[in-house]
Write a protein that binds this ligand. Structure first.
Ligand code: LLP
Length: 423
């Protein structure tokens, strides 16, 4: 559920008209709903009710500082994958012991930064990373709490670019090598084993792969305990999918996912950690854009809008579907017609959708992409020297720009001219 609904024929974000925001901010822009972010956090929290648990929002999905503040205010911890994300999480007021550090290529500098600033745990992904972390922590006179991310070799049945749990993927340590890796971890100075980590992929729309992966983790936990390791936390990653196509998708609910967790690992008495990103932020955001032209081609019509693949790359990168709706509610009885919805960038890949049924639209009309709150703004670029688009947050009847659109001067002045070119 989200808080983007038609009210008097105009799409609203909570109690604010999207048209009104567009008139003030200019298109295109991202628009986030505080109530939806809060609701999604709460739904996860309730899904794990009765289990000792913590939620670490995977901030790679949307790391706007205002969004982080909303979630931190709900009690969320953060799952970070870089020194930059760690710095942003801390700046948003998240304590070090509410941050887990994931990622397959943590650098020595990042290890220093995070150990120095305080961290709940490193989710270590390889033996060389274990050795480097041991060295860095020992040099700092610190002990790094660690889990090892295991690769359960489970098919997450999602898009190949976002599946991570097969042995051919670069992530984690194979299950068969896990006991050996844990033994090495226990033997190294400066490390303390606290649990196991697993993450099998993103946009999962079936619970069976979770059940399989978590069952393998439960078995491993018992084996590791028998080996003498103190397995007290299980980080089960993120990945639960959202309905991108509302008319025909109904992915499992967080409460059903919670039930799988209970059934597979509930008996172990471990603290459960999860790292949802998309399900918290995805349907809490729209991308709002205006129609520039309706161009009649040969046999097809193109709706050319002012948002492009640099603003939302998911359709070009993963063939992803986003529902696109008119901000002015179409009148009953109006016949939709197929159009190709495209951006202004000089690439055919700058196509959001082909033959999409849309109501009649003309230059200046507003459209909104649903489910754009996750992996939208964070993956944007300034390709074609198109300024990063603004982000707006709504709360009730208020809205604020939480990232302004840079001016052309700001864009230009980010580059510097080498001294030999200065006269
Ligand atoms: N934990 C780890 C270790 C991850 O790698 C990810 C996502 C998550 C948690 C959060 O997964 P989520 O709950 O958001 O599915 N750019 C792609 C998605 C990439 C996901 C990468 N890892 C997209 O636009 O679909």
């Amino acid at each position: 559920m989200d808080h983007f609904i038609y009210n008097n024929g105009v799409l609203h974000a909570e109690d604010v008209s999207v048209k009104e925001i567009a008139a003030k901010v200019g298109t295109p822009f991202y628009l986030y709903s505080t109530a939806t972010l809060q609701r999604h956090y709460t739904v996860f929290d309730e899904a794990l009710d009765g289990l000792e648990h913590k939620i670490f929002y995977a901030m790679k999905a949307n790391d706007n500082m205002a969004v982080l503040r909303v979630l931190a205010g709900m009690g969320a911890g953060m799952d970070v994958v870089s020194g930059g994300e760690y710095a942003k999480a801390r700046a948003a007021g998240v304590a070090g012991d509410m941050i887990v550090f994931s990622g397959v290529g943590k650098t020595e500098a990042e290890m220093w930064q995070v150990l120095n600033g305080g961290i709940r745990q490193f989710n270590v992904e390889s033996e060389p990373e274990l050795r480097l972390l041991s060295k860095v922590a020992s040099a700092q006179g610190k002990v790094a709490p660690i889990t090892l991310r295991v690769n359960p070799d489970v098919d997450a049945k999602t898009h190949a670019k976002i599946a991570t749990g097969r042995s051919e993927n670069k992530f984690g340590i194979p299950m068969a090598k896990a006991r050996e890796a844990y033994a090495e971890a226990a033997s190294l100075p400066g490390l303390e084993v606290v649990g196991i980590d697993v993450h099998i992929g993103s946009q999962l729309t079936d619970l069976a792969p979770y059940r399989l992966a978590f069952s393998k983790v439960a078995e491993l936990a018992e084996a590791l305990r028998a080996d003498g390791h103190d397995i007290r936390r299980l980080d089960l990653g993120g990945g639960l999918g959202i309905p991108y196509q509302r008319s025909n998708e109904a992915p499992p609910l967080p409460v059903e996912y919670g039930q799988v967790i209970r059934e597979t690992v509930g008996h172990l008495g471990c603290e459960i950690e999860i790292e949802p990103g998309r399900l918290i932020a995805g349907n809490a955001g729209l991308l709002v854009s205006s129609v520039i032209y309706l161009k009649q081609g040969e046999g097809r019509n193109f709706l050319i809008i002012d948002a492009a693949m640099n603003d939302l790359i998911r359709p070009a990168m993963y063939e992803a579907h986003h529902d696109i709706i008119a901000v002015e509610e179409p009148e009953i009885g109006v016949e939709p017609a197929p159009v190709d919805i495209v951006g202004p960038i000089c690439e055919s890949g700058d196509t959001f959708s082909k033959s999409r049924l849309m109501p009649p639209l003309k230059s200046g009309d507003l459209v909104a992409f649903r489910s754009a709150g996750a992996y939208g703004a964070v993956m944007a670029s300034e390709y074609n020297a198109r300024p990063l688009i603004p982000e707006v947050l709504v709360q009730g009847d208020q809205f604020a720009v939480v990232r302004p659109r840079p001016t052309y001067e700001e864009m230009i002045s980010r580059d510097t001219i080498p001294h030999w070119m200065e006269s």
